[in-house]
Structure formats: C-alpha cells, structure tokens
Design a protein. Structure first.
Length: 492
C-alpha cells in the first residue's frame, strides 16, 4: 500500500508540525496571527469568502437538495483555482476546522452540507477538450455544462448521469451511471487522472501510473474521503445520432412488465440502456405509472429492431414513442424538468439476479403503499439496467464494486412541502421499501444514493473493496481530516 512520504505530510493528529511547510501564504504579514481565523483565510483566499452577513451567503450555502437548507455553514469559501483550495486546506488543518465539500449539492443524505466551512467548488467549472481527445473538467462543473460543451467542441461526451445540475465530481467519484453506461462504462471508468488536494495542503495529480492506490480508491470510493478534487481528466467518446424512447403500460401489468424487462435487458445490445420506473403521481388521484425510458446509440430503425423483444412481447406497451435525435439534443431532453430545487431522499438495492414472483410482488406492493399515503406524492422506485461495459470490469478493478449487478433499484422520495410530517413519512416509506426488497436483492447498495439510515453502509457500498479503501485512507489521511457521516474510515 503506497504511502505519502515526509515531504508530503505535515499533519500529525490533526495538527501541523511543520509551520514553515504550512505557510498559509502569510509570510511577511506581521499582523497575520492577530486576525480572526476567518480573517486569516480571507487574506489568503483569492476567491470570495462569504460569511452569514455577506451578500450572496444565503444563496451560496444552499444545496440543490432543499432538505438540508437549515444546515448553516460558518462560512462559504469559493476557491478560484487549485492554489486557493490548497490554502483552504492548510488553513483548516492549522485551525482544526471541519470542511464540507460541495460540487453540485444533490447528496441524498446531505453529505456535502456542514456547519463548518463549506468549500463551494462552483467556480472551478471549466470544460476543455484537449487535442488528445481527453476532457479536463473542473470539479465544480455540472453535467449540463459538461455535455453541452463537449458536444459543441466536437460531438464528444463522457458517460454520466442525466440531471443537468448534478456536479461532475461527486457523481464520478462515486461511480457515475447514465444512459450511455452500458456502451461506454461508468463515469469513473473513463477517468484518466485526478488532481486532488490532500491533508498535506498540496495538490497531487494521481493516475494509474502515479499513486495508483489512491487513483483506484477515487474511482468509486472517493467522494469526500481523501481530499478535495479540483480537476478530473476523462477519456471522451465520439457520439452522433441516437434514439430516445418512452414505453408505457397500465399499472395492472406492473409485475409482468418487471419480469419482461429484466429478461429483455439480460441480452440487450450494449448500445441500449434503459430504466424501468414505477412512480406515484405528483398529485392526488390516478394510478401509479409503469414507464421504460432509455436511449439507443444509433438511428431509429435500428433502435426499433433492438427494442422488438420488449415492444412486441407480452404484455405489449399501451403506448410507444421513439424519437431520433442528436446526442446533444438527447441530453437536453433527459434534463427536462430536473433543474428545480426540491426536497429529495433516497436509498437503493442492487440486484445481482432477476427478481422472482415474490420479489416482483414486493416491488409493486411498495409502490402501491406509497400511493396509498396522501402525504407521499411523486417518487417511487426506478430500476436502472446494468450489464454491458459496466460489467466488463472485475469487482475489484476499481473501488466501485457492483460490476456483476443486473440492475439497481432506486427508492426515491420527492416532495416540496416543508412539513416535518411529510419528510418523516417519506423517510419511513424509503426504509420500509428497502427492508421489503432485502430478501430478493443482494446486500449491496449504491454509494451515489447515500442513505444515512443504512446501518451496514460500508459493506453495502464497498463489499470486498472496503479493506483496501480503508488502508488507502489511512495512508493518505491518517488524521481523518476529510470526513463526513459516510466517509471512508481510517480503520476497520
């Protein structure tokens, strides 16, 4: 297991032992040590440091997930570049201040919110397509901007999610699944290097050839545990014409649709990625919906043929819609309606085998239970197909372990009411649905769908990769400077 040497580490027990190495950029400032701690940070930070009384603090401190609006940071630091992040980390170590790190603020469990100092990476948002076909992307870039800029720069992309306001760093460091993943792999599979500021206060470029253990850990286990990532470099893929599709069935056919969908996706071509959503209406009345959404990397006639096993089967969809688009237009289409802030909670199960009759019945019953509660409008359960390029890596090849999954099940609660009763009801439903599905799924869960109520989360997220992640954490951050409620610990 690699270790940083003495030149790299100046931290012992959370305190600095080499003041000259720390520096804080304050040399020659006679008044530096008489300043308030935040004043010291403000003096070395080129980007804004927003305090509660500052203009802009109220907007900057809010995450996208409105569930955590009441978590108030001591200040919000908005670094302009990697040296700014280095200064923040050195300051935080010197003053023993907790840091929270935010890229997009979508964390289901509020892991990017803090009452310490929030490091808001939104100003590190550049997207550059390099001559070698790789994309250098700032950690604060959102998926919408990444897709748009790579498409405009040369009809290229990286495989990632569909929500335009999700931050690229959090998504990729936790895995990163999207509508091109069965063809191109996860976002983390396409990472080629990462620039990260570790607890020594210095930036390190890590890759398969430079600090490979840390690079391994960052591909699936790196969100908020090892340092602050400031830049990610990805291999990009050439894309062009694609076909998006929506297939709908009546709710009465839900269990049979689940059976047909999972059998169909077991042999579907890699160019085809789908989700099967069982959702509750966002308003009272009506019935839950059964919808398959997805994308095929190719023109409509080929997509139509590829989907024939599902559209021509029993039960046949009540409605079928296929639209040929450019890849850029498809990403804008999937982004529709996902930008608005809302309250959101979720959890997940990972299915490594098809759901049998009892599992399918449990799935349908869980959605019907949600629909029966008038407090629980919207949300439901979304099955996301794996396989293809995602499964071509060994479970231990990267920190992301769920390589042999057939599909994931995302248990999703969405609401806008600030009522504590509505939140309590949503969290209770998520827990009950997760427990109801446990006998029919593996013990694994997706780290990007963080759930604080998941008791055995370390094993669920990382399984046999946990020990190596912990050893890497101990080597890189033995004082556990970078931590949150579900960060990698320094010891088992």
């Amino acid at each position: 297991m690699e270790r940083f040497g003495r030149r790299d580490f100046v931290v012992r027990g959370g305190r600095v032992v080499a003041g000259a190495a720390l520096g804080l950029g304050l040399a020659g400032r006679a008044d530096a040590h008489s300043l308030d701690a935040l004043d010291q940070l403000d003096s070395v930070l080129r980007g804004p440091l927003l305090r509660p009384a500052s203009t802009g603090y109220g907007v900057a401190r809010r995450p996208w997930n409105a569930r955590f609006d009441d978590v108030l940071p001591r200040a919000v630091a908005q670094p302009l570049d990697t040296p700014d992040v280095e200064a923040i980390v050195r300051w935080a170590v010197a003053h023993d201040v907790r840091l929270g790190v935010r890229s997009g603020g979508h964390s289901y469990a509020g892991l990017s919110s803090t009452t310490g100092v929030l490091v808001d990476l939104s100003r590190l948002s550049s997207v550059t397509l390099e001559a070698n076909g790789r994309a250098a992307i700032g950690a604060g870039a959102t998926l919408g901007s990444v897709y748009a800029r790579l498409w405009a720069a040369g009809h290229r992309t990286i495989p990632a999610g569909s929500c335009p306001t999700v931050g690229i760093a959090g998504l990729a460091l936790g895995g990163g699944h999207g509508f091109a993943s069965r063809a191109f792999g996860l976002a983390c599979d396409n990472l080629r290097s990462v620039r990260i500021v570790t607890a020594d206060g210095h930036a390190h470029d890590v890759s398969a050839s430079s600090r490979p253990n840390l690079f391994w850990a960052l591909r699936g286990g790196g969100a908020g545990s090892y340092g602050i990532v400031t830049r990610l470099t990805f291999a990009t893929r050439k894309v062009g014409t694609v076909t998006t599709f929506v297939l709908r069935w009546p709710w009465s056919a839900a269990a049979d649709v689940v059976a047909a969908w999972q059998a169909f996706m077991a042999s579907a071509p890699d160019e085809l990625t789908t989700t099967l959503a069982l959702r509750v209406p966002s308003t009272t009345g009506g019935t839950p919906t059964v919808v398959v959404n997805g994308m095929f990397l190719g023109p409509k006639p080929v997509a139509t043929a590829a989907l024939a096993g599902l559209t021509g089967g029993d039960p046949a969809p009540a409605t079928t819609s296929l639209v040929q688009r450019s890849f850029g237009a498809a990403m804008a289409y999937f982004a529709g309606g996902q930008s608005d802030r809302r309250r959101i909670a979720g959890s997940s199960r990972v299915a490594r085998a098809p759901l049998g009759p009892k599992g399918r019945d449990a799935l349908v019953h869980a959605v019907e239970e949600r629909h029966a509660d008038p407090r629980l409008r919207g949300g439901g359960i979304v099955l996301f197909a794996f396989g293809g390029a995602v499964g071509k890596f060994a479970r231990t090849a990267t920190a992301y372990v769920h390589r042999d999954a057939r599909f994931s099940l995302e248990l999703l609660g969405l609401w806008t009411s600030p009522s504590p009763g509505v939140e309590t009801a949503n969290l209770a439903w998520i827990r009950q649905a997760r427990l109801a599905l446990s006998p029919y799924t593996s013990g694994e869960a997706l780290q990007n769908y963080a759930d604080r109520a998941l008791v055995s989360w370390k094993r669920a997220y990382y399984a046999e990769n946990l020990a190596r992640l912990v050893a890497t954490k101990h080597a890189v951050d033995p004082a556990n400077r970078f931590r949150h409620a579900q960060s990698i610990p320094t010891a088992l």
